[in-house]
Design a protein. Structure first.
Length: 277
């Protein structure tokens, strides 16, 4: 088949539904220090489904609050702006694409959420912001959704290629489409105005040669591999991707890794019941 051109994919990205207004406002106000939390809370409350999920996540063990959070205003006040942005992003993105035949949306979002959870747990070990790590992990495969929903026949060929050659999906996409989900996902993150650091993490996650420095791309790379190894998505055909040698910068002991695996599984189970029910 004729390879896809990134410009054509970007045109399809521009035809995607807009993100909820409250998330767009959160993204545009990231650099501001004078956020009106009452106004922000009111905007979240206007979306009843998002408000309900936000409260459930605020009261989950994910944040471990000492007392029950009973209102969105309280959630914004207690959790803080960065945490609320992570929660709203998760609520918004998991409902932003319509399913297409032949593509397992549930498994896709389970893996994305698992990667986000693992990234958040690993972030302190690389001195990175856990909420930024969570968002980057959630977004890391979003280009797959663009390819699967906007170019379904082409992406179906790439999935068939992956099965026949038992290779990583990024290799199959490059072989069949001439473009891969990391490139597309980074373009989508840019179009939706996610921070440059997240765009870069999505773009570089599979490029082993670019992962020799400690940073968000390496974190997403490792989190993706751990999520695959734990098989939290429940995909029989899932392959654990090769790891960059730079992963050793995490310097975790076997005991630390085992504890992190257990915490990731518990947190993932709880969040998936809220976000993916």
């Amino acid at each position: 088949m004729t390879p896809l051109m990134l410009d054509d994919v970007i045109r399809q990205i521009q035809e995607l539904p807009s993100l909820p207004a409250v998330l767009l406002e959160l993204l545009s106000s990231m650099e501001q220090s004078d956020i009106d939390i009452h106004r922000l809370a009111h905007k979240i409350e206007l979306d009843q489904a998002m408000a309900a999920k936000t409260l459930r996540i605020a009261n989950s063990s994910f944040y471990g609050m000492q007392s029950k959070v009973t209102s969105i205003a309280q959630a914004v006040s207690v959790l803080g702006f960065h945490s609320i942005r992570s929660v709203v992003t998760a609520c918004a993105l998991t409902g932003s694409f319509a399913p297409v035949p032949g593509f397992d949306f549930h498994a896709f979002w389970r893996h994305s959420l698992a990667t986000a959870v693992v990234a958040r747990l690993l972030a302190p070990h690389l001195h990175l912001n856990p909420e930024t790590a969570f968002t980057a992990g959630l977004l890391h495969d979003l280009g797959t959704l663009v390819l699967a929903t906007r170019f379904p026949d082409a992406h179906a060929l790439a999935r068939s290629y992956r099965q026949r050659h038992d290779c990583q999906m990024v290799e199959a996409e490059q072989a069949v489409l001439g473009i891969d989900h990391a490139q597309v996902g980074s373009a989508l993150a840019a179009y939706w105005k996610f921070p440059a650091a997240i765009q870069q993490a999505v773009a570089d996650q599979h490029h082993l040669a670019r992962l020799d420095a400690i940073g968000l791309p390496l974190l997403v790379h490792v989190a993706n591999a751990v999520a695959c190894a734990l098989d939290l998505a429940g995909r029989e055909e899932a392959l654990v991707p090769p790891l960059s040698p730079a992963w050793r910068a995490l310097a975790l002991t076997d005991t630390h890794w085992l504890a992190l695996f257990g915490q990731a599984e518990r947190t993932f189970d709880e969040l998936s019941r809220i976000l993916l029910a």
